[in-house]
Design a protein around this ligand. Structure first.
Ligand SMILES: [Fe+2]
Length: 375
């Protein structure tokens, strides 16, 4: 299986269902479908610029989704309901119904359990869904990545409690509270006009001011005793920067709640590698480079260290260029050396097809992958 640009996938066989971004909707296309020109055009119109396909070149390459289908569906359902109820609750002045928050907590538990069980799994690309309903899909993906980072970080060093003390007690509960915060981190965007969030061009000063209100608005929307201090800290502080140049409070370094520092890395990585109305998705390598470049300025260096240990810059099924110009497909990633994958070379430096063969980059220190610039 490999990830192919939709515009170059005519004739290929879909390796996975292409999901609609709307919860509960049927898949747009089923796995096994041969992509015709019409299908590819329709996918591009739906904003889907890349799809997983099966072909001769990618035979035997496995790409394991980070989250099971059933948990993703449960997350979509719970979150969609919460997003529907928040504005109504706001108008009526009521808190979010207990049942909705209970459901989100259950979902956070499911995700935390799944990512903890997938111990040495390398984070693969989420399946690409249509770009509408972005906030919903983005919230789930940020929760998954944030919980992966946190479970590794907390396992090594414990988590930081409300008094900034390292604690190894109650890690499971801490992960669930973080998960609820991650699922709801952008809930304040429900109070920002959609046309501003989806604007394909640069925002003016006034619009930008409105966007910057979303963390504080989010906490107000969930102004209830029903969710914990730690979950709220994620909502309020996920746009703070390690160097103090973030918003809304301009906190810096360890003054930023640890959960929000984790959320910030997961949020930026997912935003950069997702399709947005104003920019196409960047590759995982570009997302990886963006996080690495932000260590110590945007992000907590400790969180970035964990990120680099679990997120592969070149996940299986993606294409890379070697520094000698040859093109290759990533076939596998050795644990512990995510930057030195096994690659399947398929074209020479002039783009002429080669009989595919595999190279383990760990055994070829002289071979490098052409680096990708941060976004
Ligand atoms: Fe945000």
């Amino acid at each position: 299986m490999r990830l192919a640009a939709t515009r170059r996938a005519v004739g290929a066989k879909l390796a996975r269902d292409v999901r609609s971004a709307r919860p509960g909707a049927l898949p747009l296309l089923r796995a096994g479908t041969t992509l015709t020109e019409e299908y590819c055009r329709a996918l591009l119109e739906a904003g889907i610029r890349a799809v997983y396909v099966d072909d001769e070149l990618s035979r035997g390459i496995e790409v394991t989704p980070t989250l099971s289908e059933s948990t993703r569906t449960a997350a979509e359902t719970a979150l969609e309901r919460a997003f529907r109820e928040v504005p109504a609750a706001l108008q009526g002045g009521d808190p979010l119904p207990e049942a909705t928050l209970g459901e989100l907590t259950e979902v956070a538990k499911l995700i935390a359990a799944e990512v903890a069980a997938a111990d040495d799994a390398v984070v693969a690309l989420a399946d690409l869904a249509a770009a509408d309903a972005y906030t919903l899909q983005h919230s789930i993906d940020v929760a998954v990545l944030g919980l992966i980072l946190a479970s590794r970080l907390f396992r090594d060093h414990g988590w930081l409690d409300g008094r900034a003390r390292h604690s190894t007690i109650g890690v499971d509960d801490a992960l669930v509270r973080l998960g609820v915060g991650l699922l709801l981190h952008d809930v304040g965007k429900l109070a920002v006009p959609q046309e501003i969030l989806d604007k394909p061009t640069a925002l003016d000063e006034h619009e930008w001011e409105l966007v910057r209100l979303h963390p504080a608005l989010g906490v107000e929307l969930i102004a209830t005793e029903q969710i914990s201090y730690h979950s709220k800290a994620v909502i309020r502080s996920h746009h703070e920067r390690w160097d103090g140049r973030g918003y809304p409070d301009g906190l810096s370094g360890e003054r930023i709640p640890q959960f929000a520092r984790i959320a910030s890395v997961a949020d930026v990585y997912d935003a950069v590698t997702s399709d947005r109305p104003y920019r196409a998705a960047a590759s995982p390598a570009a997302g990886h480079a963006t996080i690495t470049a932000g260590t110590g300025t945007m992000f907590d260096p400790e969180v970035v260290r964990v990120f680099r240990r679990v997120v592969a810059p070149y996940p299986p099924g993606t294409e890379v260029t070697l520094q000698d110009g040859r093109r290759a497909l990533v076939a596998g990633v050795p644990p512990g050396r995510l930057d030195r994958p096994v690659v399947r070379v398929f074209a020479d430096r002039n783009g002429r097809p080669l009989e595919p063969f595999e190279l383990a980059l760990l055994d070829h220190p002289e071979l490098r992958i052409v680096p990708v610039a941060p976004v």
